[in-house]
Design a protein around this ligand. Structure first.
Ligand code: ATP
Ligand code: MG
Length: 653
């Protein structure tokens, strides 16, 4: 990228109009904003009609006991029927639902008709194991078709699932089993990750020795890797033995719209994970609508791929429920992006002709670090819309994504949402919004959000503060599982009648919203609030930096001092003057107050399993404290490495 374009990167006025062809044929146009503004509940009632209800709802929202919402409460619906059967009944049974790509290179395509048979058999199997409507089922599986089948089978019989990411430890799994009081665990012998078979079953065996897990009566085990497993007779059952012998027809029963669909734990970036409860009708309405609107899905033509793990909310809403409710054809990839080589993702895009790609900034920054030449080797011309989720996307990474993955023309939809919101809340519309690198821009039609200051007053354009949601939305969390009080305290106590998202944000002069990172992460330096995201973006805009994490460490003079951890790009070498150069670069971009006190080049950053940077752990390191909750950290050796390097890295003013 030229120096001139680099200099323009952080400018708010930089924008890209939607491609004319896309705009002309877009599923959703700017009109939707008008329609939703005129009648928000009417708008959502209309979106609910994209689904097939056994009993159509007559009441859209019951908000008589805020913040405990009931959406479409007198409607009755079956989620699995909506995601599978109705597409077969509409004559699309031969359409591929899932193009599964295993990490070792095995692949298998599952049509909607096949998916219907598999889900039906699995639903019978769960019933045979004694799972009743309302019983919780824990799912601890790799990214394989059986995972999608298992989730849909639970939904089909009204048994809420709790999916636990396959990389979590036995302890993390045990606490989630206890918290949800699960009756059955669905797992596999193992899965393929990072070039090898990685076991899952031993963690289940260990988790089930812990107190509070006694109610688990069966463990259903998928054979994926063929590795040896310990077997507990009477408890453990092979999927291929139990599921395969079940009937291929199953009549779905409709449930109330507020029937619990799943519990899912947040990723733990800011603290101990919270068990978020989602229900049925509103959740499916908003996931289906947003997937249709934001990815402009044309189910007959598009091939969609969300690279998230199914153990994260993005996998729930935008691998399983949203896309399948819309009859999409999608890719499901088991492994890591660099197995067996760093072009694996782009090879998959080329192989299946992927048109819509949804991934996270952390992955984009990793690809930047690996080098432009890698994606350049593949034909990525099928891609027409690119999505981002999980963290603020740095303008530099946004530009790289557009340039090197999107051929300089594919619109990028930066989607802000949370486990709690269930579905996308802020995002450009690819056929209607002129996009700005680094900004999630505006609430989707039917969503009400704004930025407020400490006194709950809406900030003017150009001002900064806290992101809040001002009206209930269909896919909102209903509570924290088993803890209504924590639900009230966490989200509804900070500002009256407004949902507090916990994220800092600003409005630019056009009124577009920019996310600035967690409120917990905002730094206070000599009386100035400084956003971690902005300093990180300034660092990443330097050609030597691939990734940056910034924290404020307590400082006697300035309240907090900015401490930056940076990963260098593949081509950049650490040299004597680099740290000074980077500090000067930030100072030039954002002003001297934002100049980091210390900059530490590191090989890796601590991340959650969903790829988010865990700044609170870096703050613990910078302040010489014992590390907080690390149960959702990907790799604890990363913290050891950083800690051992820390003393040498100081660079004082
Ligand atoms: P915990 O709540 O346990 O600390 P978490 O907030 O990381 O974990 P998630 O629900 O997975 O758990 O993440 C939601 C958060 O991710 C948002 O609150 C926001 O901080 C961040 N986020 C997601 N998408 C975006 C985006 N497009 N832009 C900026 N931030 C985003
Ligand atoms: Mg959160």
């Amino acid at each position: 990228m030229s120096n001139e374009s680099l200099a323009n990167l952080l400018k708010e006025e930089r924008r890209f109009e939607p491609p004319a062809e896309l705009a002309a044929d877009a599923n959703v146009t700017a009109e939707a904003y008008e329609q939703a503004r005129a009648d928000r509940l009417g708008f959502w009632a209309e979106q609910a009609r994209r689904l097939s209800w056994e009993t159509e709802p007559t009441e859209t929202l019951d908000w008589s006991n805020p913040p405990f919402a009931k959406w479409f409460k007198d409607g009755r619906i079956n989620v699995a029927y909506n995601c599978v059967d109705r597409h077969v009944e509409a004559g699309n049974g031969d359409r591929v639902a899932l193009h599964f790509e295993g990490e070792p290179g095995d692949s298998r395509s599952v049509t909607y008709a096949e998916l219907q048979r598999e889900v039906s058999k699995a639903a019978h199997a769960l019933t045979e194991l004694g799972v009743n409507t309302g019983d919780r089922v824990a799912i601890y599986l790799p990214m394989i078709p059986e995972t999608v089948v298992a989730m849909l089978a639970c939904a089909r019989i009204g048994a809420p699932h709790s999916v636990v990411f396959g990389g979590f430890s036995a302890d993390a799994l045990a606490t989630r089993i206890q918290d949800a009081d699960a009756r059955v665990v669905i797992t596999a012998d193992g899965g393929y990750r990072k070039g090898g078979a990685s076991a899952l079953k031993p963690a289940v065996d260990e988790a089930l020795t812990k107190p509070g897990t006694e109610n688990v009566r069966s463990v259903l085990v998928v054979r994926r890797t063929g590795q040896d497993v310990e077997w507990t007779e009477g408890r453990d059952v092979w999927w291929h033995e139990l599921v395969e012998r079940q009937p291929e027809q199953h009549t779905p029963e409709a449930f109330e719209a507020e029937h619990p669909l799943f519990i899912l734990y947040t990723s733990g970036t800011t603290g101990k994970p919270k068990g978020i409860l989602h229900t049925t009708g509103g959740y499916l309405t908003q996931t289906a609508y947003t997937h249709h609107a934001v990815f402009d899905l044309k189910p007959e033509r598009d091939v969609y791929w969300c690279t998230a793990d199914v153990g994260w909310v993005t996998g729930h809403s935008y691998i399983v429920y949203g896309p399948l409710a819309n009859g999409a054809t999608e890719v499901l990839y088991e492994g890591t992006p660099d197995s067996p080589h760093k072009g694996r993702w782009w090879e998959i895009v080329q192989k299946y002709g992927v048109t819509l790609l949804y991934t996270a900034p952390t992955a984009i920054r990793a690809c930047m670090k690996w080098g432009d030449d890698i994606p350049a080797k593949y034909d990525l011309s099928s891609l027409r819309i690119l999505g981002s989720v999980g963290e603020p996307i740095n303008p530099e990474a946004w530009m790289w994504y557009r340039q090197h993955i999107g051929a300089g023309s594919a619109p990028i939809v930066d989607t802000w949402w949370q486990t709690e919101t269930g579905a996308m809340m802020l995002s450009p519309l690819p056929g209607a919004t002129a996009t700005k690198p680094g900004s999630a821009q505006l609430p989707l039609p039917g969503i009400s959000a704004t930025v407020v200051d400490d006194e709950a007053k809406e900030v003017p354009d150009g001002g900064g503060g806290y992101l809040v949601l001002t009206e209930p939305w269909p896919s909102m969390l209903r509570t924290i599982w088993g803890d209504d009080q924590r639900y009230l305290d966490t989200y509804w106590a900070r500002f009256e009648h407004r949902y507090f998202a916990g994220d800092g944000a600003k409005k630019d002069t056009d009124g577009d919203i920019w996310l600035l990172g967690r409120v917990d992460d905002v730094m206070l330096v000599s009386g100035h609030n400084i956003s971690t995201t902005e300093v990180e973006s300034a660092l990443v805009s330097h050609p030597a930096v691939a990734e940056a994490a910034v924290v404020g460490a307590t400082d006697p003079q300035t309240t907090q001092a900015i401490c930056a951890f940076v990963i260098l790009r593949g081509t950049a070498a650490e040299h004597d003057t680099l740290v000074d150069e980077l500090r000067a670069h930030v100072s030039k971009q954002l002003g001297p107050i934002a100049k980091p006190r210390r900059i530490l080049p590191v090989a890796e950053l601590p991340k959650t399993r969903s790829g988010k940077i865990m700044r609170r752990l870096l703050r613990d390191v910078a302040e010489n404290r014992a590390l907080g909750d690390v149960s959702t950290l990907t790799d604890s050796s990363v913290m050891d490495l950083i800690q051992t390097r820390l003393p040498a890295a100081a660079s004082e003013d």
